[in-house]
Write a protein that binds this ligand. Structure first.
Ligand code: S3P
Length: 437
């Protein structure tokens, strides 16, 4: 454990540049490892989760090397040519690595065991086991469809048409990645659109992929036995990492912060729209495309926020941002109501209960329901803060959210363990220290 008290340290001023997007970083290594030749990646997020993906792709035959800070070279083996890993694949804390790689293994003639930390070992894998079994893969999982689990891939796998029962980019991506080495057309039907980085990048690597939209439902068709061509990829900054600084600058009086390099893919940018609807002043500067994704620099000003009822339709586009959004709501004027958040209960922790407990400990007024939180804000007054440590349950986003709450509190907030922050945002504390005035 590495506890730390985050104390109020004045407004956030100056500028930061957010590190690479975690979702895109994972995918660039995975697809690079399946293309024959050298893929070069810049701006890669060097967090523990992405390093777990890199180690797993190495264990399956790819050459994955760091050439400089954030610069990586991947020599792929080709679709269909992944090698049998010699030991278990340790996924650490990373659900994305686990679920996407289960998809890759599912259509290769190899067997792999997946293991992970205490948080990951509690998370449900049935959601990917189900479609991948239909494609022919065989699974031996721990009770409740959990890790440790073993996947034996099917060769050849069978193409399926799969309608997602939960809005999950991880499940969608697992099926599409399995489809890469499956003869014929693999189809995923998404009733609610989720982040589309896999689709964008598969196309970029030369896969035949079509997306049809019918009444808001997305039908994605991928032609299997694909041949991927190596790419040069510049990873845009992670909006989910920027989120902590956006909320910090909005709620700490006197703040004005420039956050450079923020990915604004519409399937990820829900938080910004909701905060603007609450009265947050967030300006976009220098809009551009990076690695095929929209990116801008954001200038964020301290703003009085008003409570809101969050439309459940925006949930997928801000699914990872709710912990820090709850912190913003705790300091708004009036009541904020969130619903449709049941997926938050199966993230790195149960983010509904864990945030309810943490914010209550810090003096916020919070009521928990099955699928969300209702929060009565302080109308801009600082939260009182905590005496003892709040429990983060190995969840990086709880730790960072409560760090921001601490900066906006009277006494500070003690976080029980800051180590999990390194899974997604190793330089978080350094950047926060650099802009606190
Ligand atoms: C991710 C998808 C989301 C998100 C996770 C990253 C991805 O998970 O919470 O942090 O990279 O595909 P779900 O697909 O399970 O909602």
């Amino acid at each position: 454990m590495r506890p730390r008290r985050f104390r109020p340290a004045g407004p956030l001023r100056g500028e930061i540049r957010v590190p690479g997007d975690k979702s895109i970083s994972h995918r660039s290594i995975m697809l690079g490892a399946l293309a024959v030749g050298e893929t070069r990646v810049t701006g890669l997020l060097e967090g523990e989760d992405v390093l777990a993906t890199a180690a797993a792709m190495r264990a399956m035959g790819a050459k994955v090397e760091r050439t400089d800070i954030g610069e990586w070279s991947v020599h792929g083996v080709g679709v269909g040519a992944l090698l049998q890993p010699q030991g278990p694949l340790d996924m650490g804390n990373s659900g994305t690595s686990t679920r996407l790689l289960m998809g890759l293994v599912a259509s290769h003639a190899i067997e792999a065991q997946f293991i992970g930390d205490a948080s990951l070992s509690k998370r449900p894998m049935g959601r990917v086991i189900e479609p991948l079994s239909r494609m022919g893969a065989a699974f031996k999982a721990s009770e409740g469809g959990r890790l440790p689990l073993t996947v034996r891939g099917a060769s050849p796998a069978v193409p399926i048409e799969y309608r997602l029962p939960v809005a999950s980019a991880q499940v969608k991506s697992a099926v599409l990645l399995a489809g890469l080495n499956t003869p014929g057309i693999t189809t995923v039907i998404e009733p609610v659109p989720t982040r589309d980085h896999s689709e964008r990048m598969l196309r970029g690597f030369g896969a035949e992929l079509e997306v049809e939209e019918v009444d808001g439902t997305r039908v994605i068709r991928l032609r299997g036995e694909a041949e991927l061509k190596p790419q040069v990829i510049d990873v845009p900054g992670d909006p989910s990492s920027a989120a902590f600084f956006i909320v910090g600058a909005l709620i700490i009086p006197g703040s004005e912060l420039l956050i450079r390099n923020v990915g604004l893919n519409p399937t990820r940018a829900g938080l910004i729209g909701v905060l603007r609807d609450m009265g947050g002043r967030i300006e976009e500067e220098n809009p551009r495309l990076v690695g095929g994704e929209p990116v801008a620099d954001l200038r964020v000003f301290h703003s009085p926020l008003k409570g809101i009822e969050v439309d459940p339709a925006v949930v997928p586009s801000m699914v990872d941002e709710f912990p820090v959004f709850f912190v913003a709501a705790a300091m708004a004027e009036g009541r904020t109501v969130t619903t449709g958040l049941e997926e938050l209960r199966v993230k790195e922790s149960d983010r509904i209960s864990v945030m309810a407990a943490a914010l209550t400990a810090a003096g916020a007024r919070v009521a928990e329901s099955e699928d969300g939180l209702t929060i009565h804000g302080t109308r801009g007054d600082p939260l009182p803060g905590t005496e003892g440590p709040i429990e983060t349950h190995l969840d990086h986003r709880i730790a960072m959210s409560m760090a921001i709450a601490g900066m906006a509190s009277t006494r500070g907030v003690e976080v029980d363990d800051t180590r999990p922050i390194a899974t997604s945002f190793p330089v978080f504390e350094e950047l926060l220290g650099g802009v606190s005035r």
